[in-house]
Design a protein around this ligand. Structure first.
Ligand code: GLN
Length: 538
């Protein structure tokens, strides 16, 4: 941790202010100035990781290369910074306690009472420092989940206080993100909630260095002065964060407000000239000046909460920009789709994506959507469960296997075309036991997918227990659904595609987890392109 500087981002007043985006934007700017940066998130809940949480509770579960099931903010970190994250980048209270309790059982603390302070806080600090021990970073940004004042985040806040004390304020900057609400009746922006939130931090022994204030309206000088005076921060350390048109505007808004400059000044570090944001600006230019527009149907069972499909939605934004095309996602609840209404629900779409998921709910609607896309030649993209639905649909309607299915949904099916993986059969524990993380995949030369990637060796991230049943592979291939990507070590089918369809691809992995602003995912880029072509031809 030698010369690494630590930046902590806490939040106050309400949740959902976008700490992850602020952290990622600051990281982006520091990186664009030539510094090495990583970001981590500490979540206050007791689950060891979000892998066992329902997406309705917590949004998408983001999977890293090393197979960690993590908070969706890590997706933002990767998409902004274009660097991979790992398990060390996301720690929960549950994991902290679990580590301490395991050590207690092992006898590491023999004779001692194990307590929140120092044992839990020491374990938190140990994890704050871990990233800087694996690689030399100029900055480690740590986002503390939840709000200051929450009972459950107290040990995190105390650990931040200790780090600030131990490393000194020349090595630690604390940024507090708050809300400045606008009271319509009074016609005024209000600073009081922020004052209270900072007071709460001060009570915990932390003086924030910088305030980032979310607001619907610009902060005038008077408001800034007031915030500075009552929160003990320099006036130029009051940073305004207005609602943005897209999250990708935030780094430039923060640049304008000089957030990165204030941080570097605080650390007495060089600005190294202007940040290199050219490619980012170019991306924004394309994003904001589309020359066409398409509608993609996203068929899923969690569509009421868009965060459940965060990475897919962001991947479409990246891919849309490449194609200078505005991608409008039509969110369709898979439970609503039937043979009778599918023309009405899907007929206007230029592409259909069947989303990942678990369990029975909405499955028949997904299969009906696949059938529609296959028969009507609509570009189709199936991800994980979406790919499995494509396999089931093909078995039922092309291969004449009437009740073909996945054993996840129908354990007694006569045609288990999707079956549990051998390695999963004896697993009893649910947490962290799926096939997780990046696996290599070899693409079939001459296949559509091979063309899309432009290479034959890829590695993509997985999160599943079920797989294509190779017993049926020959039959599928004979009738035009081919395995265009296979894992050489296990023989698992990772990608299927139709040979007699303009664009019909299903992946057992999650390509959306690797799309970034600077590296949009080729499958999304080409799917959008196929949707544009389809639109032109109808
Ligand atoms: N439920 C399926 C499986 O476990 C698909 C998982 C997913 O879509 N991520 O294989």
């Amino acid at each position: 941790m030698g010369k690494t500087k630590y930046i902590f981002v806490t939040g106050g007043v309400t949740s959902s202010l976008g700490k992850g985006i602020i952290a990622a934007s600051l990281g982006k700017l520091l990186q664009a100035r030539g510094y090495s940066v990583t970001i981590q998130k500490f979540d206050p809940y007791i689950n060891i990781d979000p892998g066992t949480l329902n997406p309705y509770e917590h949004g998408e579960c983001f999977v890293t290369d090393d197979g960690a099931e993590t908070d969706l903010d890590l997706g933002h970190y990767e998409r902004f910074l274009n660097i991979p994250t790992s398990q060390i980048n996301n720690i929960t209270t549950g994991r902290i306690y679990n580590n301490v309790i395991q050590r207690e059982r092992a006898g590491d603390f023999l004779g001692k009472t194990v307590q929140v302070i120092p044992h839990i806080t020491d374990e938190i600090k140990h994890n704050f420092y871990k990233l800087a021990q694996t690689e030399l970073y100029d900055f480690v940004i740590t986002e503390i989940g939840g709000c200051v004042g929450d009972i459950e985040s107290l040990p995190f806040i105390e650990a931040v206080r200790q780090v600030r004390f131990e490393l000194g304020t020349s090595n630690v900057v604390c940024i507090h993100l708050t809300l400045i609400p606008y009271l319509k009746a009074a016609g005024e922006l209000k600073t009081k909630p922020t004052q209270h939130s900072v007071k709460e931090l001060l009570e915990a022994g932390i003086q924030p260095d910088i305030l980032v204030c979310r607001s619907e309206y610009p902060l005038n000088q008077e408001i800034r002065k007031k915030l500075a005076l009552f929160c003990n921060v320099q006036i130029n350390h009051v940073i305004e964060s207005l609602d943005a048109e897209t999250i990708y505007d935030v780094p430039l808004l923060m640049l304008k407000e000089k957030l990165d400059e204030r941080v570097l000044n605080k650390f007495k570090m060089s600005l190294k000239g202007d940040p290199k944001m050219e490619s980012w600006k170019e991306y924004l230019g394309r994003l904001k000046n589309p020359t066409s527009e398409i509608a993609i149907g996203l068929i899923g069972k969690y569509v009421e909460l868009k965060d459940a499909y965060k990475s897919i939605a962001e991947s479409f934004i990246h891919a849309g920009a490449v194609n200078e095309c505005k991608v409008t996602i039509t969110w369709i609840q898979s439970e609503d789709i039937t043979e009778d209404n599918c023309e009405k629900l899907l007929g206007k779409l230029n592409g259909i994506l069947v989303a990942p998921g678990f369990g029975e709910r909405g499955i028949e609607g997904k299969i009906t959507a696949v059938k529609y896309a296959r028969e009507q030649m609509v570009p189709f993209f199936g991800i994980c469960l979406g790919m499995q639905c494509a396999v089931v649909e093909f078995a039922r309607n092309v291969l004449n296997m009437p009740d073909a299915g996945s054993t996840e949904i129908n354990p007694g099916t006569a045609f288990p075309v999707i079956d549990i993986m051998e390695a999963q059969k004896n697993i009893k524990e649910m947490g962290g036991t799926m096939r997780l993380g990046a696996y290599d995949c070899t693409l079939k030369k001459g296949s559509k997918t091979h063309q899309v990637y432009g290479s034959s060796k890829i590695a993509e991230r997985h999160r599943h227990r079920y797989e294509f049943n190779n017993k049926y592979l020959e039959q599928f291939e004979k009738h035009g659904m081919v395995a265009s990507g296979v894992n050489n070590d296990t023989g698992l089918v990772e990608i299927i595609e139709l040979t007699n369809h303009p664009w019909f691809i299903g992946t057992q992995f999650h390509p959306e987890l690797k799309s970034t602003v600077l590296n949009p995912h080729p499958l999304f880029v080409k799917f959008v392109k196929a949707a544009l072509t389809f639109q032109k031809n109808i």
